[in-house]
Every structure is written in C-alpha cells, then in structure tokens.
Design a protein around this ligand. Structure first.
Ligand SMILES: CC(C)(COP(=O)(O)OP(=O)(O)OC[C@H]1O[C@@H](n2cnc3c(N)ncnc32)[C@H](O)[C@@H]1OP(=O)(O)O)[C@@H](O)C(=O)NCCC(=O)NCCS
Length: 234
C-alpha cells in the first residue's frame, strides 16, 4: 500500500449496533458534564532537536500508518462493560468519522495486530484542529500528537511511551521540530507515558464546559520557566 493510500481518512462504516453504542456513550458523557464542569490539561512538548533515548516496550512493536482494517481490533472493546472505556472508544471512533488524518499505529510484531494508536498533526492540519476545538493553532515547525489509545489487553507493557516516542519523530518528515500533546492533569497513566516518551509540561489548558457541554471556554497559559511542574515526575 502506498503512503498516500495509508494516510487517507479512514471511513469505515461501523455496524449499526456499534454506531448506536458510540452515540449512547457520547450522550452519557455529555450528561455527566452537568451544568458546569472544569478541566485542566497539561500541554507537554518534546524538542526533536535534542538527543533523547527512546524507551523500549516489553513486547516487540513496529510503527506504521493507521489503516481502516486496524479499527476493528483496536476498538474491539465495544463489549467493554466499563462505561469510561466505552467513552474512550466512542471519542476515537467519532474522531475517525470527522475525517482525522495522520493516524499511526504500533503493531505487535509477534502477531501483526495493532496495539496502540495516535494521530499526528502539523500546521497544515490547522483547519481540522480548529474545528476540533481545545487546541492552540500550530505554528510552522510545530506538531500535535493526539488521542493516544492502548487497548486494555495491551496496557502496562510500556507500549505508549515506546510508540509515542517513535511516532513523534515522524513529525520531522513534515519539518516539525517541536511536538505537543495535551493530557488531563489526573490522567497519570498517560502523563507517565508522555514523560517517558520525552515530553515535559510547558502549557496549562483550562477548559470550562457549561450546559452539558453545549458551551465551551478554553484558555491556554505558558508555565513560567521556574515552575516546578516543568520538570515534575508523574
Ligand atoms: C494512557 C494509556 C494510553 C497508557 O497506555 P500503556 O501502553 O498502558 O502505557 P504504559 O504501559 O507506558 O504505562 C504507563 C502507565 O500506565 C499505568 N497503567 C494504566 N493502565 C494499566 C494497566 N491496565 N496495567 C498496568 N499499568 C497500567 C501504569 O501505572 C504505567 O505506569 P508504571 O509503568 O509506572 O506502572 C492507556 O491507559 C489508555 O489507552 N487509556 C485510555 C485512553 C487515554 O487515557 N488516553 C490518553 C489520552 S491523553
């Protein structure tokens, strides 16, 4: 498959049951927001010009662009009993449906199954990023990694950090030197994974969602150079 084909937006038509499951998970997520919900995320960055020794996962992995056939096994937890997990899957399926390009997967080299997914954007994707909301526009030379997901059966094997470090380096292909990613301040698993992939907190993103998420307000602030959170170990 050519690079062009593999980078095309993935528009698979999920089964009707799965679409309904995604819809109800997302409605449930909106209802849980209530009248006013506040969130804080760290914006973490990796400077690709600095030497960094990429971590290695506990299983052999390889990175390649996301293909439509990967989605079924990545998001197989449609049967997941855990509503938080269903919501994670619904968000990512909706992301794909919105036409997100630039997806990469890590595959388990032992059986060729995808075991991690994340999307990499550059300044050329600013229109898509603006439509998503919740991210500052990328400057030339910047990239954004978004929506990391390791299926439950593959968690705790160091796949996120190893895969994210490798996917971040793909940003060099479109001339980026700095890669950003945003993580909720309470998502310690993800913050640990990011930090082991060479990312450190540089920004704070405060988000307020009013009236079940119908109104959203975002603000971004740079962490001062002497702020201890810049080098905090999660
Ligand atoms: C966050 C996420 C991608 C981490 O993936 P991962 O491949 O398991 O990450 P790692 O193996 O590098 O582990 C990072 C940390 O995750 C924690 N962790 C989370 N779930 C775990 C599990 N089921 N088993 C073991 N460790 C787990 C561990 O504490 C680990 O830290 P440790 O090595 O100090 O114990 C994964 O938990 C996930 O997909 N979560 C749902 C979606 C999400 O939150 N995405 C991030 C959005 S910013």
């Amino acid at each position: 498959m050519t690079v062009q084909e593999t980078q095309m937006p993935v528009n698979v038509a999920p089964a009707i049951g799965s679409r309904f499951g995604n819809f109800t998970a997302r409605v449930g997520g909106r209802l849980r927001l209530g009248l006013c919900a506040k969130f804080r995320r760290y914006g973490l960055s990796r400077d690709l010009t600095l030497f960094f020794e990429n971590p290695v996962a506990k299983i052999p992995i390889a990175i390649r662009p996301l293909q439509s056939r990967d989605l079924a096994s990545l998001f197989a937890s449609n049967s997941a009993s855990d509503s938080a997990e269903r919501l994670e899957i619904a968000w990512r399926r909706a992301f794909v449906d919105k036409g997100a390009r630039g997806g990469f997967v890590a595959v388990d080299s032992r059986n060729d199954l995808p075991c991690y997914v994340q999307w990499l954007f550059g300044a050329q994707d600013n229109e898509f990023i603006r439509n998503l909301g919740g991210f500052p526009a990328l400057q030339p030379g910047q990239a954004l990694l978004e929506n990391a997901y390791t299926p439950p059966a593959y968690r705790g094997l160091g796949i996120m950090s190893a895969a994210m470090a490798l996917i971040a380096e793909r940003a060099i292909d479109f001339g980026a030197r700095e890669v950003q990613t945003f993580v909720d301040e309470h998502n310690i698993a993800s913050l640990k994974g990011c930090q082991r992939a060479g990312f450190y907190p540089r920004l704070l993103h405060d988000r307020t969602r009013l009236c079940f998420g119908l109104i959203t307000r975002d603000s971004f602030g740079r962490l001062p150079d002497d702020d201890p959170r810049q080098s905090k170990k999660f």
